[in-house]
Design a protein around this ligand. Structure first.
Ligand SMILES: *Cc1c(COP(=O)(O)O)cnc(C)c1O
Length: 426
């Protein structure tokens, strides 16, 4: 399979003679073996096969193999949520006393995990901006630095990651580069082609695409050499919980994802339910049809917003005069920028309230990236604890409205948003 469109439809599950055409939902915690020796070998990782759904499940494997094929990796692991995918990826690289570098232009939930929870666990996050110059980023790297974390299209700020800069730094210091590719999806951007080593996803968003299933996925690019790199003792020291196995030696280029599964998932247990994996696979079957449509609708709406008197500014990387336009053209399939558009409404919080109440098609929800258009005002919801000044500093000004543009007809989308904008200014 060459075309990513074909992979969306067909990759990940290959039925054999007489088997179901559609990936079956295997709703079983456990799997049968005829001898205790056969089961023992599975526990020692001497043989591969399913033995307990926390470690692996055939339906989840269908999703994992599909997303792995789309991203071009060597293996993937489905998780209970996007947050657990990130958490597992982090704990697969860093321990208490270690640190890492992260762009602050990332999803708010990830920011909290990095800034509060991981610090409490003794893992120190050093934030930089997407546009911080390389020299200033390098000054933060020391022997205990384990990885760099970026997000392809930052939610909700809409900024596009500077892959070339971050991957050059990661290479120079022998650091793993981790990327959250949720908003772009592999249809629009394939970060492994730009030097990323590990990809995490909230499959909750466009991969599912229909707002049915919270989930996450980690994909291993297989393009980082852990063997003998002193930064990565977890891959080079014998693992006591597997009879002294050395992951970098015993699993080679797939050591990251193997360890994430047999240590990380074994211990943390944040597995995806097989039913959710099934629904997410169903979603991905149409990813290649939905992403162009989301992107075209969002671009048309962003242009209309730019021309509206009720709008102070618009952030969408697909707009030609946007600060991230060139990066989007460089890194994204056909320059598509997905469906998330942010804008500043004239009249601040008050106008934002009137605007949301006047919408019909766009529903108020704490979600993005499904077929149905929706709206969120961060200053009065996700970020409501912050003062106006703190909102500004977080890059989420009080007048920011985030739209997730769906796949409906563009004439209805424009009528709904432009009509509500008119009401908001009265
Ligand atoms: C939603 C989201 C997450 C978190 O995913 P959950 O499934 O809600 O845990 C992580 N990163 C990005 C970019 C997101 O949009």
């Amino acid at each position: 399979m060459k075309s990513i469109d074909t992979k969306c439809v067909q990759a990940g599950y290959e039925p054999k003679n007489g088997e179901p055409r559609v990936l079956p939902i295997v709703q079983s915690t456990t799997y049968v073996y005829e001898t205790p020796e056969a089961m023992g070998d599975l526990f020692d990782l001497k043989a591969s096969g399913y033995f307990y759904t926390r470690i692996g499940n055939p339906t989840n494997a269908g999703l994992e193999d599909k997303v792995n094929a789309l991203e071009g990796g060597v293996g993937a692991l489905a998780t209970a949520s996007g947050m657990s995918a990130t958490m597992l990826a982090v704990l697969n690289l860093a321990s208490s006393g270690d640190n890492f570098i992260a762009s602050s232009n990332i999803y708010g939930g990830t920011y909290n995990l990095f800034n509060v929870t991981l610090r409490r666990m003794g893992i120190d996050c050093r934030f930089v901006e997407n546009d911080t110059i390389a020299e200033d980023i390098e000054a933060l790297i020391d022997d205990k630095t384990k990885f760099i974390f970026i997000e392809t299209i930052a939610n909700p700020a809409g900024k596009v990651a500077d892959f070339d800069k971050f991957s050059a730094i990661a290479k120079k210091y022998g650091l793993v580069l981790v990327c959250d590719n949720t908003i772009s999806t592999p249809y629009i951007c394939r970060p492994f082609e730009y030097g990323v080593n590990v990809i995490v996803h909230a499959s909750t968003k466009y991969l599912d695409g229909h707002a049915t299933s919270v989930g996450g996925i980690i994909v291993d690019g297989g393009n980082f050499d852990y063997l003998g790199n002193p930064r990565y003792p977890l891959f080079n020291n014998p693992d006591d919980s597997y009879h002294g196995m050395v992951f970098a030696k015993d699993f080679g280029s797939a050591c990251f994802i193997t360890r994430a599964r047999v240590v990380g998932m074994r211990d943390l247990g944040a597995i995806m339910a097989p039913m959710n994996a099934f629904l997410t696979v169903l979603g991905i079957d149409t990813l290649h049809l939905r992403m162009p449509r989301h992107s075209e609708n969002a671009l048309a709406l962003a242009k209309a917003l730019k021309n509206s008197d009720a709008v102070e500014w618009v952030k969408y990387a697909g707009l030609e005069d946007d600060a991230d336009y060139e990066r989007a053209q460089k890194y994204f399939t056909k320059g598509y920028c997905a469906g998330m558009v942010s804008f500043g409404i004239k009249g601040g919080k008050e106008a934002a309230m009137k605007f949301q109440k006047a919408l019909g098609l766009f529903k108020i929800v704490t979600h993005i990236a499904d077929s149905r258009s929706c709206v969120l005002h961060p200053a009065t919801t996700t970020h409501r604890q912050l003062s106006d000044k703190d909102l500004e500093a977080a890059g989420v000004p009080a007048n920011l409205i985030r739209l997730s543009v769906g796949t409906e007809g563009i004439e209805d989308i424009l009528a709904d948003v432009l009509g509500a904008l008119e009401v908001s200014q009265k």
